[in-house]
Design a protein around this ligand. Structure first.
Ligand SMILES: [Ca+2]
Ligand SMILES: [Ca+2]
Ligand SMILES: [Ca+2]
Ligand SMILES: [Ca+2]
Length: 349
């Protein structure tokens, strides 16, 4: 009897141990991306900076071919930021077997802050002699949708004359580092900014007087950009967009007077122009645009020297007529993805 009770106690202890300890070991061994990225440090550096870690990784949302190629990973479980990280390869073929939508984990990865960005180094050997191991855990994952952010959260740096430097003035951007983010209803105010003079300033066109409602973008990551060009063709001063999407990267080099966050577009789809039926260019297509159209249609408006292409002259042939009406209706229908009768940012969701 006594012996029997003893055996059942042993059995129950084993059950408890297997049930609680094993998952702890697995979870404890592999750090998630947010665990590596989350920081309250003023300089934004990972608490694991300079250490070798095992990272559970995430979905490959971008792969950049280069002498030192990069992977951008996204943890779909991170709904509150801190969910992106970049792996830097040290050979041009380092990621040949990795594709978009793969879930990649990396063991024994050296965490290194470089110019404000947290990298996992995929090189031959870590400083402690260990070697990183990259595993494709699974394939074919859906790419997560970009995170729609308020432009103020990733706002542009401010120029500080006393230091002759451009300084990031917002802590809220750090949580979006290396994540795919999207800003909406923006206009290009200026180009030729930043360290490489390839940054452009995007301002929310709904809040032209809010000095915080703007951010910096750049196309140097963009795989559809012509090599000899600094920008995508659409990036012209005054150009308005319904959405600009890309990976957020920090560039910190106070030695040359810069510390800023920049939204790096990844493909031509990274910039979505206004709908051609958005005649008043305020980011939506509604009855005001329709009234404007009808006004110009009814008078048979035609071009003049001062206005060579009227807003309602959608095919730009010099006159507003039934052909433009067809184009107007087609543009509205095509862009009204959710079918609620209005073309706006919700059609991008
Ligand atoms: Ca950072
Ligand atoms: Ca970071
Ligand atoms: Ca409009
Ligand atoms: Ca026309």
């Amino acid at each position: 009897m006594v012996k029997g009770i003893g055996v059942s106690k042993v059995v129950s202890i084993w059950v408890v141990c297997i049930g609680c300890v094993l998952p702890c070991v697995v979870q404890g061994a592999l750090l998630t991306i947010p665990e590596i990225q989350y920081t309250e440090s003023a300089d934004g550096a990972s608490p694991y900076n300079g250490q070798v870690v095992d990272c559970a990784g995430g979905i490959v949302v971008f792969k950049r071919e280069a002498k030192r190629p990069r992977l951008v990973l996204h943890d779909p479980n991170a709904t509150d930021g801190w969910g992106g990280i970049q792996i830097k390869g040290w050979a041009s073929d380092a990621f040949d077997d990795v594709n978009l939508g793969d879930w990649v984990e990396i063991e024994q990865a050296f965490v290194e802050e470089a110019r404000g960005v947290t990298f996992l180094q995929y090189w031959d050997e870590n400083p402690d002699g260990s070697q990183p191991v990259l595993n494709v855990v699974s394939t074919g994952h859906d790419l997560p949708r970009p995170l729609h952010v308020d432009i103020r959260e990733i706002r542009a740096p401010e120029y500080m004359p006393s230091e002759d430097a451009w300084i990031a003035t917002v802590d809220s951007a750090e949580r979006f580092e290396s994540m795919i983010v999207q800003v909406r209803d923006v206009v290009v105010l200026e180009r030729d900014l930043g360290k490489a003079l390839d940054n452009y300033d995007l301002q929310s066109f709904h809040e032209p007087d809010d000095p915080n409602a703007h951010c910096w973008g750049a196309d140097y990551f963009n795989q559809d950009r012509e090599d000899e060009d600094l920008y995508l063709p659409a990036i012209e001063v005054g150009q308005r967009f319904r959405a600009v999407t890309g990976v957020l990267e920090q560039y910190t080099n106070l030695g040359n007077g810069y510390d800023y966050y920049q939204l790096l577009t990844l493909s031509e789809d990274g910039v979505v122009g206004l709908c051609s039926a958005d005649l008043d260019q305020d980011g939506d297509v509604d009855l005001e645009d329709y009234s404007l159209f009808v006004e110009q249609l009814l008078v048979g408006a035609s071009s003049s020297e001062s206005e060579p292409c009227l807003a309602a002259d959608l095919n730009c042939d010099g006159i507003v007529d039934a052909t433009d009406l067809d184009l107007f209706n087609a543009a509205w229908r095509e862009a009204d993805v959710n079918g609620d009768g209005i073309v706006n940012g919700h059609d991008l969701d």
